[in-house]
Design a protein around this ligand. Structure first.
Ligand code: SF4
Length: 356
């Protein structure tokens, strides 16, 4: 077992604590999978502990996150969850739950508090998850649905950031490629595209980069790639003719946001050929009432929370004036591309009111 002794000094007071290097909890049912072994091999100094069911650990609140680095490798029984209307593309959409808890630490992210535990968990029963996808597609088609089906694969974590460890994309891009009118979006704040450059260019997978001004990244998107690194990754994939999307969300009402975002969009337009971009989505900061109350309790000093109000649809959102400014500015500046608004049923009225 590996133990390390750490000493830190804070306000002239020294603290000493013991840090156990790494614990990998592995469900017995996935212990012998190759996918599990390859993750464990990457942390050969870690301790592996077998468990019966990840829920016994994950669903309990513990204090050990302070002292130990921990991860769980497990299997998921239900990997597909229907996405809400207006979340993304027209057609049927499903969140693909292949891991939970993100390696990044965005201050506005509700996910940090959405689960009982913040231990990163990776579901590696990939072939079983693929079966679940095939069954879902099959059942929709048998019931007469012929339209597009979108799988949103990075809504509980960031699959591109962790792909070097999980090899998620190596398993799922080829699987989705074989299906008709089935697509996968991989949303990311990472610039970790080295693995992607080795692939044959897929036609059914879109890599969608979330972008925000560097000032916002510094303040609210801890540990994520810098804006310049993300833009460089966008261009590297565009050069290879990958389907690349841009996600301008969440757009934040920070002080002097109009100047900040006006300069930002000019900066992006200078560096990206928008004609090559596959899709653009924009959206403001928003939460369900429950998530908002949780965030407020956990992070009472997070300034952007106080820019939101509860609206008729039950969500906490920025004011219509602020949303109108963002929607109008982005749709005008990105004229050559349709700019979809994410999860805001009032967006058309709001934009129309600005243009009147
Ligand atoms: S990258 Fe996305 S999932 Fe990860 S912490 Fe940030 S907002 Fe949350």
């Amino acid at each position: 077992m590996n133990w390390r002794l750490y000493r830190i000094q804070y306000n002239k007071v020294a603290f000493t604590f013991v840090y156990r290097n790494m614990i990998i909890y592995v469900e017995k049912r996935v212990r012998n999978l190759e996918e599990t072994r390859s993750i464990i091999d990457m942390f050969s100094w870690g301790d592996v502990i077998e468990i019966d069911n990840y829920k016994n650990l994950f669903d309990k609140k513990t204090g050990w996150k302070i002292l130990e680095k921990v991860m769980i490798i497990a299997a998921v029984n239900t990997a597909l969850l229907e996405a809400p209307a207006l979340y993304g593309y027209a057609g049927r959409g499903f969140f693909l739950k292949n891991s939970m808890n993100c390696v990044f630490d965005c201050k506005y992210c509700y996910l940090k508090w959405a689960f009982p535990s913040d231990i990163p968990i990776f579901f590696v029963n990939y072939y079983d998850i693929q079966e679940q996808i095939l069954r879902k597609v099959d059942s929709l088609r048998k019931n007469g649905y012929e339209g597009d089906i979108w799988l949103y694969s990075s809504d509980y974590s960031d699959n591109l950031a962790t792909n070097g460890m999980t090899r998620f994309l190596e398993y799922f891009i080829p699987c989705i490629e074989k299906l008709e009118n089935v697509y996968m979006e991989v949303r990311t704040k990472s610039s970790n595209i080295q693995d992607l450059l080795q692939f044959d260019i897929p036609k059914n997978t879109e890599i969608a980069f979330s972008l925000n001004p560097q000032e916002i990244i510094n303040q609210y998107e801890s540990k994520t790639s810098s804006l310049d690194d993300r833009l460089e990754a966008v261009n590297a994939l565009l050069q290879k003719w990958w389907k690349v999307g841009l996600r301008f969300l969440p757009l934040l009402e920070v002080p002097d946001y109009k100047t900040l975002y006006t300069d930002f969009i000019a900066y992006v337009l200078d560096r990206i050929d928008m004609q090559k971009v596959f899709s653009i989505f924009i959206g403001g900061l928003m939460y369900t009432a429950k998530d908002y109350q949780t965030l407020l309790k956990r992070q009472p000093y997070l300034d952007i929370l106080y820019t939101l109000q509860k609206w008729n649809d039950g969500f906490y959102r920025e004011s219509p004036e602020v949303r109108a400014w963002f929607y109008d500015m982005f749709s005008k500046r990105l004229l050559q591309k349709q700019c979809y608004v994410c999860l805001d049923s009032e967006s058309e009225n709001i934009i129309a009111s600005v243009q009147r």
